[in-house]
Design a protein around this ligand. Structure first.
Ligand SMILES: Nc1ncnc2c1ncn2[C@@H]1O[C@H](COP(=O)(O)OP(=O)(O)OP(=O)(O)O)[C@@H](O)[C@H]1O
Ligand SMILES: [Mg+2]
Length: 418
């Protein structure tokens, strides 16, 4: 994830969990450098300098070559979900197939954990495909004569693992993808969504560090598809694989992706976080793609935080009221002496003081107003704000108070175009 954001947060909290890891800190797990794939006779011809400015269509017409990938470069960090998105024919499948050399790239390098996959001999390539990387296909790719358990255990069987051990692992991963109890079922007894879960279980069973998924959910009906993508996002938080996920659906890309690469005609036009892509599209093509995706899905609450009146529990009621008056506010936030969030004090609450209460606001702090983290999306915040008159308190992972998100600021950003 990059730290750069289009809508700069009001404050930099210096919290890595909030600002995201910097790309440079980790050596990339996958590094693709100037990758070309040209289909046709003597494909290298398409790389010659004199054709540099020619479009894919021109090259196809003049030279009878299909440029499926054109000078494609990107890095994927360990544990990152990298989405490749583009229309049909833009080169997405060609790209993932080149990554595991199901097809040979015409030029360029594919560095995985520091080793160039394009240099691997047959033995090394086999080992690479069996242990380091697994692929999940659109059409599930299950073996029809094997039951669910054997399908899930297939990659381990190929590796020569004993039955007992591979079944034990297969059961574990089937459980992970929600197929507990289906071990003995056959493919024809399973819905599309379940078949794809088996495909995913089979890929996970070999415990690869890299998972390649080529439109894994596109054969499923929309409801199941949405469910699967949400489950994948949750599962990924647990398993933390390096994921290259292909889709032509931006909604899907945004749900699962840490970063998204947008491809057109074999070229990557833009790489960015969902927020960067939506709020700052590189060109008209990307903008058109992103239309219809509400910005509230990708913009986080950290962008609308303001500072309210804050008081400590020992503050006097009079002082608190005076501070609210001065700020023109009907509430104040109570924090302790380490700036941890305690709750909210409403103006009405100040007048409800009992005779027995001391002069401090201590007992008037209402802790039922639940705070959220800065990376909460505006979509999620909308839900909370629509149920309450008070703003949403925002805290960091240590419960240190950062600020509040108000109805006013939320509406302002939703009304604005960017
Ligand atoms: N074996 C091949 N021979 C010739 N051309 C090919 C071959 N495979 C793919 N192509 C061409 O390469 C281009 C990219 O195809 P690719 O399958 O990678 O696209 P895609 O983005 O995966 O599309 P889809 O969303 O439809 O799956 C297309 O123009 C396709 O016709
Ligand atoms: Mg494809």
């Amino acid at each position: 994830m990059t730290t750069e954001s289009v809508l700069a947060p009001i404050e930099d909290y210096g919290n890595p969990a909030i600002s995201g890891m910097s790309q440079e800190e980790d050596a990339p797990r996958i590094s693709v450098r100037s990758l070309w794939k040209v289909f046709g006779k003597n494909p290298e011809r398409a790389l010659e300098e004199q054709h540099e400015s020619k479009s894919r269509t021109d090259i196809q017409r003049e030279m009878n070559l299909v440029v499926a990938l054109r000078d494609v470069s990107f890095n994927v960090s360990p544990g990152e979900t990298f989405v490749v998105m583009g229309l049909s024919g833009s080169g997405k499948s060609t790209l993932v197939r080149c990554l595991i050399r199901l097809i040979q790239a015409t030029a360029g390098k594919i560095i995985v954990d520091g080793e160039d996959v394009t240099d691997f001999n047959a033995k090394k390539l086999l080992e690479f495909r069996r242990s380091k990387v697994a692929m999940v296909f659109q059409n599930f790719g299950l073996l029809p004569h094997k039951n669910v358990l054997d399908n899930a255990a297939y990659g381990l069987e190929v590796k020569g693992m004993q039955k007992e051990e591979r079944y034990s692992i297969a059961r574990e991963v089937l459980n992970k993808v929600g197929l507990n109890g289906w071990e003995n079922a056959n493919q024809r007894e399973l819905s599309g969504g379940m078949q794809q879960r088996v495909g995913l279980a089979r890929a996970l069973a070999v415990d690869p560090s890299i998972l390649l998924m080529d439109e894994p959910f596109s054969g499923l009906d929309p409801l199941i598809r949405r469910q699967m993508r949400e489950e994948l996002a949750t599962l990924q938080q647990e398993i933390q694989k390096t994921l290259v996920f292909i889709t032509h659906d931006l909604d899907e890309a945004i749900t699962v992706g840490d970063r998204i690469a947008i491809m057109r005609d074999g070229v990557i036009i833009q790489i960015g976080t969902p927020k960067e892509i939506i709020t700052n599209p590189a060109d008209d093509f990307v903008e058109e793609f992103t239309q219809g995706i509400p910005k509230s899905k990708v913009i986080n609450i950290e962008n609308i935080i303001t500072k309210p009146v804050v008081v400590s529990p020992s503050s006097s009621i009079e002082n608190t009221r005076a501070m609210m008056d001065q700020a023109g506010s009907d509430y104040a936030i109570g924090i302790d002496n380490e700036a941890k969030y305690l709750g909210v004090i409403c103006r009405e609450g100040l007048s409800n003081r009992l005779e027995s209460d001391s002069d401090s606001v201590h007992r008037l702090i209402d802790s039922t107003l639940v705070p959220v983290y800065p990376n909460t999306t505006l979509d999620e915040a909308l839900h909370s704000l629509s149920n309450q008159n008070l703003p949403i308190p925002v805290v960091d992972q240590n419960n240190t108070f950062i600020g509040v998100a108000t109805h006013h600021n939320l509406l302002k950003i939703l009304a604005g175009s960017k």
